[in-house]
Write a protein that binds this ligand. Structure first.
Ligand SMILES: Cc1cc2nc3c(=O)[nH]c(=O)nc-3n(C[C@H](O)[C@H](O)[C@H](O)COP(=O)(O)O)c2cc1C
Length: 193
């Protein structure tokens, strides 16, 4: 009976988690804390399993040395650009530390929280800003997403025909979050082996 219970538990876990045994540990860095970014970061971490969940405000850029596979989570809280309106937020403090950093050979996937109704002209802009900075480090950015199924007017995160990462709207489309995350993980995790 114990064996049967164990098998059922493992089946359940494997069908709900996306980890594979030979996957190297992923570093998931996010900010700000205590809001929707943290909520989605925890959801993603719970689905991957083999992940270090790290508040970006608590670390220096050399923390990336430990990881070949990195996920970054951010929200847009500005009117035009997140950086001009939110000096002092978690990512504003962290990003200068990335100046001159060499992340060549590392895979980076980004998710971004936004609000497609109230901020339709600036939808998940911060994800686009973060993408530009990460690109400068030489890292390979993976996990671009089609804008099919998203309604908005403008987005700085929409580059060359797709979003540079995964947009999530917990304000108006929280019922879609889990499905969006699952579909995204199916794309990025095989690339993060
Ligand atoms: C002051 C303020 C400005 C915002 N600006 C934008 C914006 O420009 N673009 C966008 O897509 N969402 C914008 N949002 C929506 C947030 O990104 C969204 O609510 C997100 O889920 C917040 O996550 P957080 O609480 O983890 O920061 C804004 C929200 C606030 C409160």
């Amino acid at each position: 009976m114990a064996d049967l219970n164990f098998s059922i538990t493992m089946f359940y876990l494997k069908s709900h988690l996306f980890y594979t045994e030979n996957m190297t540990k992923i570093g998931l860095f996010y900010g700000p804390t205590e809001g929707n970014v943290e909520k989605v970061a925890k959801l993603i971490a719970s689905k991957i399993g083999n992940v270090d969940l790290v508040k970006v405000k608590e670390v220096d850029a050399d923390v990336f040395d430990k990881y070949d596979n990195i996920i970054l989570g951010i929200s847009t809280l500005g009117k035009h650009t997140w950086s001009s309106d939110n000096e002092g937020n978690d990512w504003d403090q962290f990003l200068p530390k990335l100046n001159g950093a060499d992340l060549k050979g590392k895979k980076v996937a980004i998710f971004g929280l936004g609000d497609h109704i109230a901020y339709a002209d600036f939808f998940v802009d911060a994800m686009g800003e973060l993408f530009e900075v990460v690109k400068e480090t030489g890292a390979t950015v993976i996990g671009g997403v089609s804008n099919e199924g998203y309604e908005y007017n403008e987005s700085r995160a929409f580059v060359n025909g797709k979003f540079v990462g995964l947009p999530i709207d917990e304000d108006f489309e929280d019922d879609l979050t889990e499905e969006r995350v699952d579909n995204w993980l199916k794309i990025i995790l095989p690339e993060m082996k």
